[in-house]
Design a protein around this ligand. Structure first.
Ligand code: HSE
Length: 400
């Protein structure tokens, strides 16, 4: 019997306990032993609920119990999760986490500590919820140089973009709807400003290049400025607006960014709608691969956490090597990236053509008093220079 502790009995933590119960027999077969939850760490009590007898309030109860071999961290945030996880690894326990903030900030250090202690630190659930992406990158796509990872990795914003596109609604109304349905937090900042997606692409890029990518270095734009008028233009172009998190290998290194993009119907991520996530990977020998599925939510995320528990149960005496050193990777400046840009302006065509030369005009039904156009491909730096000379810009969205 393998004893497990769960730190944080919120949505994902309670989902982990539920999954371990629902699939007890098949999980035991796959893990080679029965997995039993001995403790649940939470600030709260749950009187009258079966979980109450397992509740502890002091993480040291878990740290000091040699019977606990595997610890699940589903508390979220960097502290106190970092202190607790470090203590568990130092005590020779395996740890899995769903916490992208912790992994993005401290991943390299915790991986190194796990190696030193001959245990494992895993984080399949930290990106893409229930979609397997960390293990495939680490174990399956090892023959390749990964040249691109581009994902829809935030379910909240994808739900909102889908709803705006389907109903022509404004951002604020869709946000209220997402909050009412439980898809957006009361404080939605991390999702709508792209911070959540930024941490996720930092984790994926770190795994791909084997070095520390600091999320603070990734240029990040959210979806807060997307309006119903933008959606009208997108429809006129036969495109969909999606928040993409992307990293690419270029001649000088790696470049990463998070921003809304206008995707054509032929793009592999165009049809990823609602709360679903998908991650497109391009390898130099593999070519293209796509990982699609439930990117958030209680049971899908718990499914990924429990897959780590099973993997760790099968490797109780083995550290599975993970390439992610603490050596910082300096990203290539995103301003070198080349894109086409969709721009809305109140300037006239003569001013547009003076600034950008040849452009493609877009007419959206029911929109007046402005001009919409798509530029030719140019670097971000070049775009910034040209747009400064135009002035009067209402919106810019990159065109994929
Ligand atoms: N808020 C996140 C999302 C949860 O919407 O994708 C999963 O990380």
């Amino acid at each position: 019997m393998i004893k497990v502790a769960v730190m944080g009995y919120g949505t994902v933590g309670s989902g982990v306990v539920e999954v371990l119960d629902i699939n007890r027999n098949s999980i035991a077969k796959r893990a080679g032993d029965e997995i039993v939850v001995k403790y649940v760490l939470d600030l709260r009590d749950f009187p009258g609920e079966p979980i109450q007898e397992k509740i502890v309030h002091d993480y040291q109860t878990i740290e000091n119990d040699p019977e606990v071999q595997i610890v699940v961290e589903t508390m979220g945030g960097v502290e106190p999760a970092y202190t607790f996880v470090k203590a568990m690894l130092n005590a020779g326990k395996h740890v899995t986490t769903s916490n992208k903030a912790l992994v993005a900030a401290k991943g390299a250090e915790l991986i190194a500590l796990a190696k030193e202690k001959n245990v494992n630190f895993m984080f399949e659930a930290s990106v893409g919820g229930g979609i397997p992406i960390i293990r495939p990158l680490n174990s399956s796509l090892t023959a390749d140089e990964i040249e691109e990872i581009t994902g829809i990795v935030n379910g909240t914003t994808n739900y909102m973009m889908t709803k705006m596109s389907e109903e022509g609604s404004e951002f604020d109304d869709v946000l209220k709807d997402a909050q009412a349905k439980g898809y957006a937090e009361k404080d939605p900042t991390a999702d709508i400003e792209g911070y959540d997606a930024c941490r996720k692409i930092a984790i994926l890029t770190s795994l791909v290049c084997g070095q520390q990518v600091d999320f603070e270095d990734i240029h990040t734009e959210g979806i807060t400025k997307i309006s119903a008028t933008d959606i009208k233009y997108a429809k006129a172009m036969g495109r969909a607006i999606k928040l993409l998190a992307s990293s690419k290998k270029v001649d000088e290194g790696y470049v990463a960014m998070v921003a809304p993009f206008l995707l054509p119907q032929t793009h592999p991520l165009y049809s990823v709608n609602g709360v679903f996530n998908a991650i497109f990977v391009h390898g130099n020998v593999l070519g293209d691969a796509m990982f699609y599925g439930s990117g958030a939510g209680k049971l899908p995320t718990a499914s990924a956490v429990v897959s780590d528990v099973v993997d760790m149960a099968k490797h109780l005496d083995v550290n599975i090597a993970l390439e992610w050193s603490s050596k910082k990777l300096e990203l290539v400046d995103y301003k070198n990236l080349k894109n086409r840009y969709f721009v809305r302006t109140t300037a006239d065509k003569a001013a547009v053509e003076k600034a950008f030369g040849s452009v493609e005009y877009v007419v959206a039904e029911g929109v007046s008093g402005e001009i919409g156009f798509v530029t030719e491909s140019m670097s971000e730096a070049d775009y910034e220079k040209r747009v400064a000379s135009l002035g009067d810009v209402l919106q810019m969205i990159r065109v994929a």
